[in-house]
Design a protein around this ligand. Sequence first.
Ligand code: ZN
Length: 398
Amino acid sequence: FNARLDLNKICLRMKKPLVEGGTVGFKGHVQIIIPEGSGLEYKDREREIDNMVETRLWEITEMEYPVYFEAQKRIEELEEEIENIKEEKITPLIQKLRKEIELVFDWKHAPELLDQTPCYRCLVPIPPADDKLVAACTLKGLPRNRNHCVIKAEVNFEKEFGHIPDLNDNIEVLKLKEIAQQELNELRERVFNENVPPEVRESLTQEEIEEWKKNIKETFGSDYNFEEMENILGNKIAAIQTVSSIISSIESQEALKLLFRVKGRNIGPPMDPPYVNYNGVYGQFDHLNIIKRDDCLACGNIEGEENVQIVVPFDADVGYIFEAMEISEHKLDPELWMITNPMTKEIYWNPYMPSLKDPNIKLTALKIKSNDIVTLTPLGKALIESEIKKYNVVIAFM
Ligand SMILES: [Zn+2]
């Protein structure tokens, strides 16, 4: 305590802000202290003025502002009337509904409502496509966004130098940046040509053309910097240590309560709603009411299905679907799986029918668009052996 009191004094004298924090048992607090004259902005001017107006309202007398008091009295009367209406007409209905629900609650709702939460998969029905998929795809296709350019650059780097770039070696990262920049320039050029073909260009002024180029540049972002290479390839988003420690602390706290509960002891209810977002920028916690999905592949009543997202190049063919599935760790034998359109039931691939067994048919020729879903179902031996009886595959064009 004395150390804190001393520190407090020193900070006040030095006009330096102070963050004080402590925990007692399961409670914790954080206090921020901003001394007068620190030069820091703290409160919002408008809100403080509003607060003072509010305080002034409490201080005025009936002599000064009779109209205000009349209005307040009228509001009170109306509020009383509202209460009476509720009591007479609404409360009886609420009581009736409550009785009805209570009759069936224990057997009808309690099992799925009381003692379980949605699972992790409920929130991630279709896992995002793996970076590996995009990487495999860049070998065949053209980069369509900023990240693709870097992944493509890594592939090109490996082709040229015989090894993947060492991100700890500045010279190699610079070389990689150069290759990625080249890809980005080509991407901008391609998009420009797609949007402003030569015949259109003739009718545009120099200014309009520059405007187009500027817009495209903004769409795909500015030139690369050094750190970006590492972030994209390592798929790293700068981790903020302070936020990690806050989140891990909350996790530990919840784990502790659950562990005690497992052992039959109650040291407090687990977090409800079971999901919390913490925003370190505003210091705000938001609890989210998440919903358990009946069609959840992990905890729902659907068995033997799996959702997968794959990334394919624009000119991908039917055979590539199996390649992409293999890269996303669902290796399927093309001789034993059928591909269909779940909406129209059109068959895209059936190994048992020679006329429907052409791996070189382009997906675009089959009118498959980006984010369309195809269904993969097992045949013959796979039908018996595969645990998964149906893949719902989202096809994303790169
Ligand atoms: Zn679930």
